[in-house]
Design a protein around this ligand. Structure first.
Ligand SMILES: Cc1cc2nc3c(=O)[nH]c(=O)nc-3n(C[C@H](O)[C@H](O)[C@H](O)COP(=O)(O)OP(=O)(O)OC[C@H]3O[C@@H](n4cnc5c(N)ncnc54)[C@H](O)[C@@H]3O)c2cc1C
Length: 404
């Protein structure tokens, strides 16, 4: 065992939450050990949108310059009718977003985000990242916390002031406190693929979207998001369909029949994508009950481990980054009173995360609407000028961590 030095932070998981937390704690002078179960860090081929509330913090963590090398700064978020392709709403991004929210809105490949976080971690002294090492147990004491790690070389222990459970939707750290608090299948499947912009399907899509925008095509019980990644060389597609009886824990390449069915009555240029754009990866969307505690003596859960939500507000990773930054700030402000620091952090984070999750649930309701509800939605959106739609997002994208 390595003892329990008071400036030592242990992190379970090297996803977006874990790597951001490692950088945030290291920037405040803590010594950090990150244990990642996977033997190698690799991200599946899919895109991610990073809103200004996240990029503002990634800037402070020194990650932004690397992200900007490959990320696209979309000019707008467009909502379009999935059948008629008519534009329903436009939220200006690009320079307007940077002026309004003081940080860029980015669309990028997940591998590029992970690569940028990882190279920043590797060049930061005070962070040790161990892969092929799963956190399998923990013991709390008044002196701190001791975790058990299972790796290729067998079992070992590591001790520290705080264990950060950043181990994702099926968190082992969360399970330690409540076996019954497992993730739940939301009933939605995310179908993801990327296609070259200069492929026939890519060119057809670019003709009906703005090449540099995030476009959401809304349809009854279904929506499709398309946006450029890799400097515009590829287009990321994510389609969401309800699917009952789908293998709930399974993700991988799947029979696209449910996707084809969901897209059947969309515009031909969209419905053809089910067959022309693949291979699609089917990703059952899981959520975590947010109500039980996120903190325990010497332990904090962050990111999906604490509050995995449906991705309809595109905010899961942003919340993980906000969690990471604010947790490090709270602990650094009162390292001698960890219980108080953790309680203050959780109290501040809960209303914010709850509001974001509600926004995602509302988006799903509005975007998948049909009949009179869809007509009413379209009417409301049409009458709302872009400036007003942007102002509606100030609470979300303009969020600043409070200085402690
Ligand atoms: C289709 C889809 C689209 C999305 N789009 C967006 C978007 O545009 N913008 C956005 O902000 N969010 C988006 N999200 C949400 C976002 O992807 C997640 O919220 C985010 O990746 C969660 O990061 P995390 O680090 O908490 O968890 P994870 O990424 O799951 O990382 C957890 C890590 O912990 C490791 N691990 C697990 N168990 C252990 C253990 N016992 N010991 C050690 N390591 C362990 C895992 O191997 C993994 O590396 C989307 C989600 C989906 C499904």
């Amino acid at each position: 065992m390595n003892g329990t030095p008071q400036n030592q932070i242990i992190i379970a998981g090297a996803g977006i939450a874990g790597l951001a937390a490692a950088l945030a704690f290291a920037s405040r002078g803590f010594s950090v050990q990150v244990f990642e179960r996977a033997p190698q860090l690799e991200e599946v081929g899919a895109g991610i949108q990073l809103s200004p509330n996240a990029t503002r913090i990634l800037g402070r963590l020194g990650v932004l310059p690397a992200l900007l090398e490959t990320a696209v700064r979309p000019s707008a978020v467009l909502l379009r009718d999935g059948r008629t392709l008519a534009e329903l709403a436009r939220v200006p991004l690009g320079e307007a977003a940077e002026r309004r929210w003081n940080a860029p809105y980015l669309a990028l490949h997940r591998a590029d985000l992970q690569g940028a976080l990882l190279s920043r971690v590797n060049e930061t002294s005070g962070i040790r990242l161990v892969t092929g090492a799963a956190v399998t147990g923990l013991a709390q004491s008044s002196a701190g916390v001791v975790v058990t790690i299972a790796g290729e070389a067998g079992r070992s222990e590591a001790g520290g002031l705080l264990l950060v459970g950043a181990d994702g939707v099926r968190s082992a750290v969360r399970a330690h406190f409540s076996r019954s608090r497992q993730s739940r299948y939301s009933g939605e499947v995310a179908w993801r693929t990327t296609l070259p912009s200069d492929s026939p399907a890519g060119r057809a899509l670019v003709e009906i979207t703005s090449a540099d925008a995030v476009t959401a095509f809304l349809h009854s019980g279904f929506h499709l998001i398309a946006y450029p990644v890799r400097g515009g060389a590829a287009i990321n597609l994510a389609a969401f369909t309800p699917a009952r009886g789908f293998a709930e824990t399974w993700s991988g390449q799947a029979d696209v029949a449910p996707l084809r069915r969901a897209m059947r009555s969309t515009a031909p240029v969209l419905s053809r994508l089910a067959d022309e754009a693949g291979p699609w990866t089917a990703w059952p969307v899981h959520t975590v009950d947010r109500r039980p505690p996120w903190t325990f003596p010497g332990v904090a859960l962050i990111g999906d481990a604490a509050h995995a939500m449906t991705p309809f507000a595109a905010q899961g990773a942003a919340m993980a980054v906000e969690d990471a930054w604010t947790l490090a700030a709270n602990v650094a402000a009162a390292p001698d009173n960890l219980a108080k620091a953790l309680a203050a952090w959780e109290a501040a984070r809960r209303p914010r995360v709850e509001k974001v999750a509600r926004r995602g649930a509302f988006n799903r309701f509005a975007w998948h609407a049909s009949g009179p509800v869809a007509l009413a939605r379209n009417l409301v959106l049409k009458t709302r000028p872009p400036e007003k739609l942007a102002a509606d997002l100030d609470w979300l994208y303009g969020w600043e961590p409070s200085e402690l």
